[in-house]
Design a protein around this ligand. Structure first.
Ligand code: NAP
Length: 350
């Protein structure tokens, strides 16, 4: 039987047709089974890499020592980017660095970051800003899931909301002034955002009632609301042309994330519900981080924009969460750059 690849002309026509219909490109050529490496190869072969990649740009990723984050780091490094791996487990971050080839591991830097401590976020951001003149991509990937009991961060914030959302909101606000023109913020959310917040109740920190999945859902809903509000905030200060804000669902992946959600004897069940390998789970993060074109404010799944829940699309919730978070940070004694500082510095870096 003749293979598809033996017809180069037909292949070129199909690729060209797909490129003309942006949005269906990824759907038609990349899909649920694509791995992070395949996404990178696709972007390289079709001249679809963002310009900062060939310029040896810099990416910062949280939770880059494990699971989807570690696979994303490998693809970013393979693309030629410099990568700052933010991790609270420095040993496993060093282990990942050692696994990379000697030719590339020099482009990986490790930064201590505990997202459940706002002081740690502040220190990590200051350290990153002091070492880097410009950041092209920030991937807010770290997360915890379904803690059995309500716990709080060092600053007294419900732990899933505090780690998955507030820590990332603060980190983003502190790094934005250092981000380069045409950079982007990528937030790793989840389809579990559907479980977040009951109707008409903005109990962001699950103070009135706590369920493990409800609080996780609220933190992941917050990732999407934050993405969309960040787009609006950037539009209001710089017409939104300079930095894109996107989020994504990576798929269901058997990673250490599941350690709290099931007792250890039931952990093998995760393999049954998983619909992607870890390499496939990192594919949409890599697409969103490195693709020349992304849809500002969009929620991606399988490398294509899709509609999140109605709640995630609510302008009122997007604004309410932004205000709640900024007020919380101020109440806890952590200063934020003003919006105008973001705009001035974005312009200054470029
Ligand atoms: N796996 C899935 O099925 C799935 C589905 C939808 C969405 N997601 C999302 O994908 C992202 C990555 O998850 P994963 O599956 O790759 O899980 P993972 O392997 O457990 O990775 C999570 C990462 O977050 C880090 N982290 C947790 N708490 C932190 C803190 N306080 N400060 C700094 N880092 C912290 C972890 O560090 P340690 O190694 O020190 O614990 C780890 O590096 C998460 O945002 C998750 O919500 C995953």
């Amino acid at each position: 039987m003749t293979s598809f690849s033996s017809f180069p002309l037909q292949r070129c026509v199909l690729v060209a047709a797909a490129l003309l219909c942006h949005g269906t490109t990824a759907l038609s050529l990349l899909g649920r089974k694509s791995t992070a490496n395949q996404v990178l190869a696709y972007l390289q072969q079709n001249d679809q890499l963002a310009p900062f990649v060939s310029q040896g740009g810099t990416a910062v990723i949280t939770g880059g020592n494990s699971g989807i984050g570690a696979e994303t780091v490998k693809a970013l490094v393979a693309s030629g980017m410099n990568v700052v791996v933010c991790a609270r487990n420095i040993d496993s971050a060093n282990q990942l660095k050692d696994e990379l080839g000697t030719a590339t591991k020099d482009r990986v830097e490790i930064e201590y970051l505990d997202l459940s401590s706002l002081a740690s976020v502040q220190e990590a951001a200051a350290s990153i800003c002091s070492k880097h003149d410009g950041i092209d991509v920030l991937i807010n990937n770290a997360g915890i899931m379904a803690l059995p009991q309500r716990e709080t961060t060092t600053d007294g914030i419900e732990k899933q909301f505090g780690t998955n959302h507030v820590g990332h909101h603060y980190l983003t606000r502190l790094l934005l002034p250092q981000m380069r023109n045409k950079g982007r913020v990528v937030n790793v959310a989840s389809t579990a955002h559907n479980f977040g917040l009951s109707a008409g109740n903005e109990d962001w920190e699950s103070k009135e009632s706590y369920t493990p999945w409800g609080a996780y859902g609220t933190s992941k809903l917050s990732n999407i609301l934050f993405t969309k509000q960040l787009k609006k905030e950037l539009v209001s200060v710089n017409q939104g042309k300079m930095i894109d804000s996107v989020c994504l669902h990576p798929g269901v992946i058997a990673s250490p994330l599941w350690k709290h959600s099931l007792p250890s004897f039931m952990q093998p069940l995760v393999g049954l519900i998983a619909n992607k390998s870890v390499e496939q789970g990192a594919a949409t993060s890599v697409y969103c981080a490195l693709s020349r074109h992304v849809e500002d404010g969009a929620y991606y799944d399988d490398c294509s924009p899709v509609e999140p829940s109605q709640k995630a699309q609510s302008d009122q919730l997007q604004e309410a969460l932004w205000m709640y978070t900024e007020q919380l940070l101020t109440e806890k004694g952590f200063e934020l750059p003003s919006s105008s500082v973001v705009a001035e510095n974005v312009a200054a870096v470029n």
